[in-house]
Design a protein around this ligand. Sequence first.
Ligand code: PMP
Length: 282
Amino acid sequence: EKVIVNGELIERKDAVMDIEDRGYQFGDGIYEVIRVYNGKMYTAEEHLKRLYESAEKIGLKIHYQKDEIKSHAARLIDENMLETGIIYMQFSRGIAPRQHAFPLKDVACSYIAYTREMPRPEASLDKGVKTLLVEDIRWLRCDIKSLNLLGNILAKQKAAESDCYEAIQHRGEIVTEGSSSNVFIVKDGTVMTHPATNLILNGITRQVIQKVCAENAVPFVEKEFTVEQLLAADEVFLGSTTSEVMPIIQVDKTVIGEGVPGSMTRKLQELFSQHIQKECTL
Ligand code: PMP
């Protein structure tokens, strides 16, 4: 199994990180997860664009060109013979004596990437999943795909302990997003999701859903909605790179709709699969 460390393709067992890497000590860095279908990267351009945007937002300089990172990823897929799975990549502010402020000298960022096999979650996509509500206790820059994920982790752990697939976070009355996904409701034929502000990560899956809705005359609005609206929705689903368009059939004790994936969710799943086909056929 091969991995990338600072631009070099090496064996996984030879990969080591410094104990004073700022990613390790502070979570001072950013990351991306790109889906691979049929051995091809899905929406790689969009993910890499967001990667550089996240870097910019925290003043981290990525001294690699987009095409270099892309060819590293392609190299990993090849070497590891990955068909269906993900590429994880992360960039930290590098290695320097521990102090909160940025390193004084120009320290190079640390860059790692690896692949992992991951099938499409077909059973859950078919049946739908249960979720629970948790207060969103995260910071106010959730638009950055930061390595700091404690708020997200604590939320997901609550879900896991209740045998739920995802935790749906809310700030007071307003539903923001899942712990690792965006949340959508359907009411009277309109798809609604939280606007892409500082309070959520603007998911690439979210962007694809928005696009296919526009292309297929499906009403789609970016608008805040409340916990009450969530519980009273006709349909609820989440979107993420690994989970795709995932039907939500229960929120806490409340069964959504008929307790089975709704017709709009099914339609969007189909349109999403077509988009994958278009981007990733051999
Ligand atoms: N929100 C959060 C907090 C996430 O971690 C993710 C990514 N797993 C998403 C939304 C969905 O983003 P994407 O569709 O780009 O995977």
